[in-house]
Design a protein around this ligand. Structure first.
Ligand code: SF4
Ligand code: SF4
Length: 211
């Protein structure tokens, strides 16, 4: 938006002309409102996000925000908007009155964090158990693993008991019962074979008409 082509000393900077002397500071970042973090876990997630290059976290009168320092693709080398006629509404709503040219992004914020260390220090002050979270996490993981192990053991035990029961039942069958079971199986097999044969014999032959 700004041109940076004129000498600032030669002219008065006003809301009307200040973009001409600005490096388009308002087009070099984005913000996204987030739920106010309250738990240790929520702040731990923020720590992960702020660890990425150019990602900041801040809180102002309106709430908590993630800020990403990233230049708009439409910003031209002369710092003017390349899609001025169709620029998004949020760009149209932005005014030069008290804009980033006069007030730094971090100014006026209740809290502003640029680095992992800054946020980590804040969390340490805010939560007494902040540094215990890794230990707590490891304990929870071990507990989960133990739970899963017990569940798998129980399942294996049940399976083995079922198998043993079946084997026992089979072994306890008398020779007459075994013979009866075998006969039933054979009869079933024979019936299936017969059904298949009947199906084949009732199939209509394909008649080929002479040409
Ligand atoms: S930060 Fe302000 S002066 Fe700079 S381009 Fe944006 S609106 Fe214009
Ligand atoms: S669309 Fe234009 S005005 Fe909006 S951020 Fe990008 S360059 Fe700036």
């Amino acid at each position: 938006m700004g041109v940076m082509g004129q000498s600032i000393a030669a002219v008065d900077i006003t809301n009307e002309n200040k973009c001409d002397f600005c490096s388009a500071k308002c087009c070099q970042y984005i913000t996204q409102e987030i739920d106010a973090p309250r738990s240790i876990h929520a702040f731990d997630v923020l720590l992960w996000q702020i660890s990425h290059n150019g990602v900041h976290v801040f809180k102002d009168d309106n709430g908590w925000y993630l800020l990403s320092m990233t230049r708009c693709d439409h910003l031209q080398p002369d710092n003017r908007c390349g899609i001025y006629e169709v620029r998004p509404l949020i760009c149209r709503e932005h005014t030069t009155d008290g804009c980033e040219y006069d007030v730094g992004i971090d100014e006026g914020c209740e809290l502003y964090f640029q680095t992992h260390k800054e946020l980590d220090d804040y969390c340490r002050e805010r939560f007494k158990k902040w540094d215990k979270r890794f230990e707590k996490f490891a304990k929870e993981q071990a507990k989960e693993a133990e739970k899963a192990k017990k569940k798998a053991e129980k399942k294996a035990k049940q399976k083995a008991a079922k198998k043993a029961k079946k084997a026992k039942e089979k072994a306890s069958l008398s020779s007459e019962e075994k013979a009866l079971k075998k006969a039933k199986k054979q009869a079933k097999k024979a019936a299936a074979k017969q059904k298949k044969n009947e199906k084949t014999s009732t199939a209509q032959p394909i008649v080929v008409e002479p040409a």
